[in-house]
Design a protein around this ligand. Structure first.
Ligand SMILES: Nc1ncnc2c1ncn2[C@@H]1O[C@H](COP(=O)(O)OP(=O)(O)OP(=O)(O)O)[C@@H](O)[C@H]1O
Ligand SMILES: [Mg+2]
Length: 452
């Protein structure tokens, strides 16, 4: 480390410098507070050891001045007077530690060791954060379609604001990727982005995740839990699968969003919070409102800015880029060297419908890379779903919009209608075509209110 020694007594400076050099540190010395501060202004310094009592300035002033110049420099005060109040003042002014003169060299080494450790931790932390930010930055959103270009430009416009964002899109379209892009492009990027997956939790657990709880507030609440909202303070809270939040919890969330405070389950004190909310869903919220499964007022609170990510099959221009991206990633991970798709395999991948969107494309590429025998991925290496393209005109099931029951019902009606069209409305023949009894068919027609 680069260590600066500030002391008005030369023998003291020299003996410390000698010791520190032997330990592999680079040292510099200054005979007064002002000389020390001048040195810090011009040179790289990691640690300052400063005497407390000096003719021109006190060690405390030196400490304050250095911290103002560069808060990452650690300052250790040395004092001949073991007075507790000096120590307290020093620590309040954010000294790293203090040492009593005459300096015990073992103790000095211990303190320097702690500083070194803290530096490692801080730099590691910054590195991790940088890497994460790097991975989630907007440029890593891979696209070339116009539709996604519009999405990206909306993101760039709204990221700096505090506006609540609602991300809609089928499963695997990249809602979480986009949420991260918004957070890391916002002024809140150095604060945490906390994710809560609302679908994965029961309503009791979801509420204690969101709002926290006091110890013993319900059976199983053995410890106090800090709310996700509190963890995300000054950062971003990402509510994933917001369409799965039970109505009662929606009511509580709505009140919280209006009042900008939360109350822990079993607690009495409201806690003020400052979070930016991003919500995501693959469910048709408007339809759910009509069905009484989603609160309209809650929807309006979330839907301040809404961004809909189009399914991959509606932006096929993005497929080649994504294909390349995943191919590079997985062939690297598999240490297979540079791999490529055969022309026929590429054609099939371009035509496939991707009900699971980008996540499915990612899986398809990974699977092909693993299965391919050589460096060329052929059609035979592709998953069977991709190889068996649906015949022209076949509906693109499933679409993953709407509830399971409604989708199945829609599919049944579609199927029945097609059979009836084909048989000119003759129910007996349509039933044969459908492989069901005539009675069953009539029951279905009645159930769906289909005229025939
Ligand atoms: N534009 C993109 N560029 C590169 N990779 C992407 C892009 N969009 C999505 N992905 C990748 O696709 C996968 C699915 O993305 P993500 O988890 O964000 O989807 P989602 O919409 O949240 O899905 P679900 O509704 O199932 O939760 C991830 O592995 C993600 O890295
Ligand atoms: Mg998701």
């Amino acid at each position: 480390m680069n260590i600066l020694i500030i002391d008005d007594e030369k023998p003291q400076r020299d003996s410390l410098a000698g010791f520190l050099k032997k330990r592999g540190h680079a040292t510099a010395s200054a005979a007064s507070g002002s000389a020390g501060i001048a040195h810090v202004e011009k040179h790289q310094v990691d640690v300052v050891l400063t005497d407390f009592r000096m003719p021109d300035q006190s060690g405390l002033d030196v400490l304050t001045a250095i911290k103002a110049l560069n808060p990452t420099i650690e300052v250790v005060l040395m004092t001949a007077y073991g007075a507790v109040d000096i120590a307290v003042d020093a620590m309040k002014a954010s000294a790293f530690d203090y040492l009593i003169k005459p300096i015990d060299l073992d103790e000095l080494e211990l303190v320097l060791g702690k500083i070194q450790e803290r530096h490692y931790l801080i730099s590691e932390n910054m590195l991790l954060r940088d890497q994460l930010a790097e991975r989630c930055k907007l440029p890593n959103l891979i696209y070339q379609s116009r539709a996604m270009g519009e999405v990206a430009s909306t993101v760039a416009r709204i990221a700096p604001t505090r506006a609540t964002v609602l991300l809609c899109g089928e499963s695997g379209t990249g809602k979480e990727v986009l949420a991260k892009a918004i957070h890391y492009a916002s002024p809140r990027k150095d604060r945490p982005m906390v994710t809560v997956n609302c679908a994965a939790l029961s309503s009791t657990l979801l509420e204690s995740e969101l709002f926290g709880h006091e110890k013993g507030s319900f059976t199983g609440a053995e410890r106090q839990r800090i709310a996700r909202f509190e963890q995300a303070h000054q950062g971003t809270l990402f509510l994933d699968e917001v369409g799965d939040i039970p109505l009662a919890t929606q009511t509580k969330l709505l009140r919280m969003l209006q009042e900008r405070t939360i109350e822990r389950v079993g607690g009495s004190e409201p806690i003020e919070i400052d979070v930016r909310l991003i919500a995501a869903t693959n469910r048709p919220l408007e339809q759910m409102i009509k069905d009484g499964a989603f609160r309209e007022d809650f929807f309006f609170r979330l839907n301040v800015v809404s961004i809909t990510i189009p399914p991959l099959r509606d932006r096929r221009e993005d497929i080649p880029l994504l294909m390349d991206h995943f191919l590079n990633r997985f062939s690297e991970e598999n240490i297979r060297g540079k791999m490529e798709f055969s022309k026929e395999a590429q054609d099939l991948l371009m035509k496939y419908n991707y009900p699971g969107n980008i996540r499915e494309l990612e899986n398809v590429v990974e699977q092909s890379v693993v299965l391919a025998r050589g460096t060329m991925i052929t059609t035979a290496d592709l998953p069977s779903a991709v190889r068996q393209l649906p015949a022209e005109g076949k509906p693109e099931w499933p679409t993953f919009s709407g509830s399971f029951v409604n989708q199945v019902a829609a599919f049944e009606q579609d199927l029945i209608q097609k059979a009836l069209d084909k048989t000119n409305g003759v129910q007996r023949r349509a039933a044969v075509l459908l492989g069901m009894t005539e009675r069953h068919l009539r029951y279905k027609l009645q159930k769906y209110g289909m005229k025939n």
